[in-house]
Write a protein that binds this ligand. Structure first.
Ligand code: PLP
Length: 420
C-alpha cells in the first residue's frame, strides 16, 4: 500500500501556508501616494517633497546605526556597486564563498574581475576563514562574505584577515536583514553591507537592493555608480527641477530603485523585527523536532547575538537520505505539505549550472573564470545533504512546525517507497 503523497497517498496537510510576500498595513497608502506624486523615480523632477528613496535610505541607515545607505535596483546591483566603489576591476581577484547564490560569482565577473571560490565551514556553511587566508594572493582586491540561510559568518576572524591584508570586506546580507553580531547589525562590519529586496527575501519590494557603509567617500562613489554618474544636489532644488546633479566625478550605470519600491520598503521595514522574532521562535521548534530525526541544524558563528532566518537549513544524516538524494527528499516532503517551500541547498559554486561565463561573448578570452577546477569538499557535501525550508513557512504557528516535522518523519519512515 502506498503512503507517500508523491505516490498517491494522503498528504500530512492540505492547508495553505501564509502568503509571501504580504503587504504591511501602510503599503497601499504609500504606493498610492507615489502614484499621484508626479515622481516615480529619483531621476524625475523634484515635486517639493523628499523622495521615498531618500526616506527609505535614511530609515535603513538608522535601522543599522550606520551613516549611509544607497538604495539600488537589486542585490546584484548592490554587489556590483560595492565592488566598483571599492575599486575592484579588470584583472583583480575577489574571494567568494563556494556555497551561495550564483550572483556572488556573476557580479565579480560583471565588474571584469575573477571570482575565487573558497570552501565553507561545515557547521555554519559560511566562508571558512582559514580557507580565505590560504586563497589570498597579491591580486586579491576584495573578500565577499555571505551570511547564508540563517547563519552569520565568523566576522571576528574575517574582519581581522581583511584588516591584516588591507583588503576590503563586503558583507552580502541578502539573506540576513536585521541579524546581529556582537550586538551590531550585520552589514556594518566591512567596507559595505549589501542587501537584496527581491521577492523571496525577508524584506522585499519585489525587486530592489541597497548598500550601507560608514564611509562618506564610499557612499558618494556608490551614489554615482547607481545613478549614471549623478548624485543628489546638496541644496533643495526648485519644484520641477532635477534633484540629481551631473557631477561627472565617476561614471555610473542606472541601478536606481523606483519610488514605488522605496515607498513599499519603507512600509515593509516596519514589520521586519517582529517577523524575524517569529521566525526565530519557530526555527527553535524545527531545531528540536527535525534534530530528533537526525537532521543537524545549521549553526551560526559564536559572536552571533541575534539570528535571522532566510531559510532554516539542516544536514540530513546518511541513513535518512540513503541513495535517494536531497532534491528528491525535499520534493517528497513538500508534497506532504501542500507545496511548502522546501528545497535542496545551493549546489557548490564549482558545479553550479547557472554559472556559465563561456555562454556570453563579453567574457571571451578572459582567463580564470572557469571555476570547475576548485576543490570545495564541504560545499559539495552540503549540496548533496543540506535541506532548506524557506522563511515563509516559519511565519506560521507551532502546529505548522509540527506538520513540517511530521512530514519529514513520514518520508524518512517510508523512504523505501522512493527506491527502485
Ligand atoms: C538574492 C541574493 C543575491 C541577489 O539579489 P537579487 O536582488 O536577486 O539580484 C545575492 N546574494 C545572495 C546571497 C542572495 O541571496
Amino acid at each position: 500500500m502506498t503512503l507517500l503523497a508523491v505516490n498517491g497517498g494522503s498528504p500530512i496537510r492540505s492547508q495553505q501556508w501564509p502568503l509571501w510576500p504580504a503587504p504591511a498595513p501602510g503599503a497601499l497608502d504609500a504606493l498610492n501616494e507615489v502614484l499621484h506624486s508626479g515622481r516615480w523615480a529619483i531621476s524625475g523632477p523634484y515635486q517639493g517633497k523628499q523622495s521615498f528613496e531618500r526616506r527609505f535610505a535614511a530609515a535603513f541607515a538608522e535601522f543599522h546605526g550606520i551613516g549611509h545607505c544607497v538604495p539600488t535596483s537589486s542585490g546584484t546591483a548592490s554587489l556590483m556597486v560595492a565592488l566598483e566603489a571599492c575599486g575592484v576591476g579588470a584583472g583583480d581577484e575577489v574571494i567568494i564563498p563556494g556555497l551561495t547564490w550564483v550572483a556572488n560569482a556573476s557580479t565579480v565577473a560583471g565588474v571584469n574581475a575573477v571570482p575565487v571560490p573558497v570552501d565553507v565551514d561545515p557547521r555554519t556553511l559560511c566562508l571558512d576563514p582559514a580557507a580565505v587566508e590560504r586563497a589570498i594572493t597579491p591580486r586579491t582586491a576584495a573578500i565577499v562574505v555571505v551570511h547564508l540561510y540563517s547563519a552569520v559568518a565568523d566576522l571576528d576572524a574575517l574582519t581581522a584577515i581583511a584588516e591584516r591584508h588591507d583588503i576590503p570586506l563586503i558583507e552580502d546580507c541578502a539573506q540576513a536583514h536585521g541579524a546581529r553580531y556582537r550586538d551590531r547589525r550585520v552589514g556594518t562590519f566591512g567596507a559595505f553591507g549589501t542587501f537584496s529586496m527581491q521577492h523571496s527575501k525577508v524584506l522585499t519590494s519585489g525587486e530592489g537592493g541597497a548598500v550601507i557603509t560608514g564611509d562618506p567617500a564610499l557612499s558618494r562613489r556608490a551614489e554615482h555608480l547607481r545613478a549614471d554618474g549623478r548624485t543628489y544636489t546638496p541644496d533643495e532644488p526648485a519644484v520641477g527641477e532635477m534633484e540629481l546633479a551631473q557631477t561627472a566625478e565617476l561614471m555610473g550605470s542606472n541601478r536606481c530603485l523606483s519610488e514605488f519600491q522605496a515607498a513599499l520598503l519603507l512600509a515593509q521595514l516596519e514589520l521586519l523585527d517582529e517577523q524575524n522574532d517569529r521566525r526565530r521562535a519557530n526555527a527553535a521548534l524545527l531545531d528540536e523536532g527535525l534534530g530528533a530525526l537526525g537532521i543537524q541544524p545549521q549553526v551560526s558563528s559564536p559572536g552571533t547575538t541575534e539570528r535571522t532566518y532566510y531559510e532554516w537549513a539542516g544536514r540530513i544524516s546518511d541513513d535518512g537520505i540513503g541513495q535517494i538524494g536531497v532534491e528528491r527528499i525535499a520534493a517528497t516532503v513538500a508534497a506532504e505539505l501542500s507545496g511548502a517551500a522546501i528545497y535542496a541547498s545551493y549546489p557548490p559554486m564549482n558545479h553550479n549550472r547557472l554559472y556559465r561565463p563561456a555562454t556570453r561573448s563579453r567574457f571571451n578570452g578572459v582567463p580564470g573564470l572557469d571555476l570547475t577546477g576548485y576543490p570545495l569538499p564541504v560545499a559539495e557535501d552540503a549540496g548533496q545533504r543540506v535541506v532548506t525550508i524557506h522563511h515563509s513557512a516559519l511565519l506560521g504557528d507551532e502546529s505548522d512546525m509540527k506538520d513540517i516535522v511530521r512530514a519529514f518523519e513520514k518520508v524518512f519512515t517510508n523512504h523505501r517507497e522512493l527506491r527502485g
